[in-house]
Design a protein around this ligand. Sequence first.
Ligand code: AMP
Length: 311
Amino acid sequence: MSILVVGSVAFDSIRTPSGAVDRCLGGAATHFALAASFFTQVRVLGVVGEDFTAEHEAIFHARGIDTNGIERVAGNCFHWTGEYRENLNEAHTLRTDLNVFEHFQPKIPDAYQDSEFLFLANIDPVLQHQVRRQMPRVRMVCGDTMNYWITGHQQGLARVLRDLDVLLINDGEAKLLGEEANLVRAAERIMRMGPKALIVKHGEYGATAFFGDHSFPGGVRNRFFRAPALPLAEVVDPTGAGDSFAGGFFGYLASQPEITPGQFKRAMFYGGVMGSFAVERFGTERMQALSREEIDQRFASFQELSHFDAE
Ligand code: AMP
């Protein structure tokens, strides 16, 4: 089973209460791909500039990720500059330099046409839509977006939402998109825009899934499911937590023969596990050093964290 991900492959300059890094490898597609690669085969569609070197590419290859869909053009990679203050759940964007993404026209390599799963990572909704249209036969499509696109690119986003199976967004973004201060009502409004299910990420507090009438062929008994996040004594850099959550979630689902409500919930736990690792170091550092064994151990901690037997 293969996941095709389209999104930013970037350099990030980040300041957090724990320190700062300048131009470390990042980007939504990068964080997603690294996390998902622990569960399934991942292919990346994106664009980079001359500042993306063989060393950067080796980070993908070390995890077996297919980078043939990353186009190289003159110029510099997408560059995001941001900071986190006391509230680590809230990223403040200081600069967004689209650079090579400004003129990106996604072309899907023939060898990627048989991808069964598609992840539209955070990127211009116009590009997300172009990719979606070129992959009409995929089994499942998940997507992500952020306030930058919700406020400035509504029309393009509305087109993408129409044919999404699952949308993953932060709670603040869900309220912005649903134009509703109440999350349940915001979620209902968003599902009416297209997505069959919605996952709302609450940063250090976990994530909630909202299900609708079309989420699963047989319907669902409960409309909500909440997966925890692991309480951590130190969060070094929250950048990429959301994409790593998405990678764990979708990577696990793609590795399963069938997508049932039970598997969906389990996948949310794997999302939480991957997000919790991502924030332990700056950039992609933690994912590069991670092992499958650590993932399994942390999955067990997540189960313990949220399980009890009535006495
Ligand atoms: P998250 O997982 O939500 O923390 O996403 C972090 C990644 O998103 C960073 O590595 C950034 O490079 C990337 N990013 C930030 N802003 C944008 C944007 N407007 N479009 C695409 N990618 C972005």
